[in-house]
Write a protein that binds this ligand. Structure first.
Ligand code: NAP
Length: 278
């Protein structure tokens, strides 16, 4: 069965739209773009479309290569103190002469709708309330939408990147899954895949997960995004794996749309917490 991220995204956006209208929420997302990366433009376009659809204001600050870290940090500080701004995203990657972590760490944790600042990651680590990294939250919401339990399940995450694999291992451990975190130095990946109830692959290596690594009960979540000859591919050999397993995400159309939906949800969460805290 297909885990249809596009469909679930639309359902989530519809609910958020209703809430925004009903409660007269006035929220604004600000994105800082400091690169010429083509994929970033597409990602920003997707966020813009989602914002427009549900009634969140949207601003983009675009910089040429002459920009300095000082300029970016000054922009972030202005946005931090601007009451009408609800969420701030520094679109990754940024120009190579700039330090992403140094700039992004200036974002107020209350407006950090990507969920990457130290405070939000620490709270995730401590299993406390936080703005959760959107892809991580999106994967969990997709499993929930299809009533796929995680508690007590053996979950193999392939990839320990800071954006997906590593924080996802914390979030799923918090949900009482038994998590194995695999990476490029892991031995016997095939064997580990065959033992897992759920495989979540976030490596960016196409065709890493093949049909001999899954069984008919397996749930497969494909997070990876690579571009080969202009076509988007995931980590999973989708055509051969899809008929063999119980559930699988298409790619594109699985985790990607859920990530966008969770950014919108985080913006509304940030708005509500801002309102509670005056
Ligand atoms: P990353 O930081 O580059 O991490 C990649 C991870 O994959 C590393 O931990 C690496 O191991 C591991 N890896 C590489 N080759 C492997 C192999 N042959 N076997 C096992 N593990 C291997 O990447 P990321 O930022 O976490 O992103 C991962 C992928 O998800 C990318 O393709 C990215 O584009 C995609 N992504 C998708 C979404 C979405 O919404 N769909 C959102 C975010 C990211 P080592 O640590 O040992 O090097």
């Amino acid at each position: 069965m297909i885990l249809d991220g596009k469909k679930i995204k639309e359902e989530i956006l519809e609910k958020l739209k209703e809430k925004i209208e009903k409660e007269k929420i006035s929220a604004t997302l600000a994105i800082i773009l400091a690169s010429k990366n083509e994929a970033s433009k597409i990602y920003i376009q997707n966020k813009r479309k989602a914002c427009e659809k549900i009634g969140i204001n949207f601003e983009v600050y675009t910089y040429e290569e002459t920009v300095t870290e000082k300029n970016i940090i000054a922009n972030i500080n202005e946005l931090n103190s601007d009451k009408k701004i609800t969420g701030i995203i520094l679109q990754s990657p940024i120009y190579p002469h700039l330090d992403f972590d140094r700039c992004a760490s200036e974002i107020s944790p209350h407006k950090d709708v990507d969920g990457f600042t130290k405070e939000n990651i620490y709270n995730l680590y401590m299993n406390k309330e936080c703005l959760m990294p959107c892809t991580v939250k999106g994967i969990i919401r997709l499993l929930e939408a299809y009533k796929i339990p995680v508690e007590g399940q053996d979950i193999l995450i392939v990839g320990r990147g800071n954006i997906v694999g590593h924080p996802l291992s914390l979030a799923l451990t918090n949900k009482n899954a038994t998590v194995t975190l695999a990476h490029s130095k892991t031995k016997d990946l095939n064997e580990k895949c065959l033992k897992a109830d759920i495989i979540i692959s976030a490596t960016g290596r196409s065709n890493l997960i093949t049909e001999d690594m899954v069984k008919k009960e397996t749930v497969v979540i494909d997070v990876g995004v690579t571009r080969e000859n202009g076509k988007i591919c995931g980590d999973v050999d989708y055509e051969k794996v899809k008929d063999k397993v119980r559930y699988i995400t298409p790619n594109p159309g699985g985790v990607g749309p859920m990530t966008v939906a969770m950014i919108m949800e985080n913006i509304i969460e940030a708005y509500e917490r801002g309102r509670e805290n005056g």
